[in-house]
Ligand binder design. Structure first.
Ligand code: NAP
Length: 464
């Protein structure tokens, strides 16, 4: 990679800014810096760490409008969503600032009068993070906040498409008083930084959000130095609409789940499974709503669906649509594009496909675009079978007002995040993460700080 990274606006193809790409030596120097900083940061008491984290969050909020604009420029997402992401990102800092004060140990009754047993928790050490472009702020704070709260130091590599939001966040962390040797970023290609991070004996933990193939690679490469790993990987979320569901509500929630960030979220509804009794009515209502979505530049007022991130992303989505049509799917809406290969922008209009079947690629692979495939099922058992029949297990949704059906679905769906009559389940106070090839570990909730802590047990003998 060149020594400059050109950050481009996916809505226009124009260059937003150029940033320096770090050399191997520079990356290693920053790792050394946070490794040295660990010795002092781990000694800062939990209440002070909490205070500094809260100050960081406040500083971000003070600049919310400017940050959101930059996020839209580099990621293409509508400004309203960027504003929402800044709030979502700071909600993790606020949550883990509080959790810093709740890192408890315990005592264990011994099996002899002469001993006392005490369990304490300590930070794992230097944490290295690699994050994706689809949520440039929140995927970083979900990692940085618990790491810093636990007393770890932290270094992050953002995606080359979206480094600006991360750089601003780290600058504000320093302004808030979090030491420069406690939190750092590096900019370079994922392949290069991945090799340096996983190969470094200084780094004790790798935390990653991104695609499943890259996650597997990082797990393998972390084995030599037996690092802790947390992996937030790809999803392929099923959304099940039972015959008794409130269809209007299900449609509203499906819209939120599917078309946010132009369908480029790991938990967006990728496979919509509808009971045969209501499939026509559901599809008709959904198409009516999806047709109203305004596609355009995220900075334009009223835009609800921005561009996809780049040409590769575009090609993947279009090939899935083509494959589905070839194998017999009906296009109810969309299959329209506005793109310019020379300038480098790619818009996909909201697309709804019906009569989608399991042999189509769109039912097997993550889509990452504003395309909603509808398939039909006869029984709830069949819906569960289809839903579970992929290597992924991140998020699943179902809509039913029957508590028995709902409970049955909840118990049988193999997914880490489940929304029952809820198309937007993510929250800083809840544990987010995937089963199967969708990941290892949880982010958020009281579970979210655990991966940044080691357990140490002390056995004291010699009592009378
Ligand atoms: P990606 O290609 O895996 O990239 C994500 C990050 O990994 C980028 O920073 C990228 O660097 C880096 N990377 C690429 N190749 C690497 C390598 N060989 N070694 C180390 N790092 C490497 O994923 P993406 O397409 O950008 O992001 C979308 C994926 O993220 C989807 O699969 C989505 O489901 C998943 N995701 C999951 C969650 C979750 O919480 N489970 C949340 C959001 C997204 P570059 O800058 O060089 O590209």
């Amino acid at each position: 990679m060149a020594d400059r990274i050109k950050v481009t606006n996916p809505a226009t193809g124009e260059i937003v800014e150029e940033v320096a790409a770090h050399s191997t030596e520079e990356i290693e120097a920053r790792i050394e810096k946070v490794a040295a900083g660990f010795q002092s940061w781990k000694k800062v008491n939990a209440h002070e760490r909490a205070r500094l984290l809260k100050k960081w969050s406040d500083k971000i909020q003070e600049q919310k409008e400017d940050i959101a604009k930059v996020m839209t420029l580099e990621s293409g997402k509508p400004l309203k969503e960027s504003l929402g992401e800044v709030d979502y990102a700071t909600s993790y800092i606020d949550w883990f600032a509080e959790e810093a004060k709740r890192i408890y140990g315990r005592t264990i009754p011994a099996n002899t009068e002469s001993k006392r047993i005490i369990v304490t928790r300590q930070p794992v050490g230097v944490v290295a993070a690699i994050t994706p472009w689809n949520f440039p702020a929140a995927m970083m704070t979900r990692k940085a906040a618990p790491a810093l709260a636990a007393g770890c130091t932290f270094i992050v590599k953002p995606a080359v498409e979206t480094p600006l939001t991360t750089m601003k966040f780290i600058e504000l962390a320093h302004e808030a008083g979090i030491p420069e040797d406690a939190v750092q970023y590096v900019n370079a290609s994922g392949r290069k930084v991945g090799e340096i991070f996983t190969g470094s004996p200084r780094i004790r933990k790798i935390t990653f959000t991104g695609s499943t193939p890259v996650g597997k690679h990082l797990i393998q490469d972390s084995a030599d130095t037996v690092k802790h790993v947390s992996m937030e990987l790809g999803g392929h979320a099923p959304l099940i609409v039972a015959k008794d569901a409130d269809l209007d509500f299900a449609v509203t929630q499906t819209m939120t789940s599917k078309f946010r960030n132009a369908g480029q979220t790991c938990i967006c509804a990728n496979r919509v499974l509808v009971a045969k009794e209501v499939v026509d009515e559901f599809a008709e209502k959904l198409v009516k709503e999806a047709a109203k979505l305004k596609v355009g530049n995220g900075l334009d007022k009223g835009t609800q669906v921005g561009p996809v991130i780049n040409g590769d992303g575009f090609e993947k989505v279009v090939s899935q649509i083509d494959d589905a049509i070839e194998k017999g799917a009906d296009v109810l809406l969309g299959n329209e594009f506005n793109k310019d290969d020379d300038k480098g922008y790619y818009f996909i209009h909201p697309t709804v496909l019906k009569n989608v079947t399991s042999d189509m690629v769109i039912m097997q692979e993550e889509t990452f675009g504003p395309v909603l495939p509808i398939t039909v099922f006869d029984t709830i058992e069949e819906a569960i079978e289809i839903a579970n029949n992929t290597p992924f297990g991140l998020a699943a949704y179902f809509f039913t007002n029957d508590y028995r059906t709902g409970n049955y679905l909840h118990e049988h769906l193999d997914f880490g995040v489940v929304g029952w009559n809820d198309g937007g389940p993510s929250a800083a106070h809840a544990p987010f993460g995937g089963m199967k090839e969708s990941g290892i570990g949880r982010e958020g909730g009281i579970e979210g700080i655990e991966p940044y802590l080691e357990t140490k047990y002390l056995s004291i003998g010699g009592f009378e």
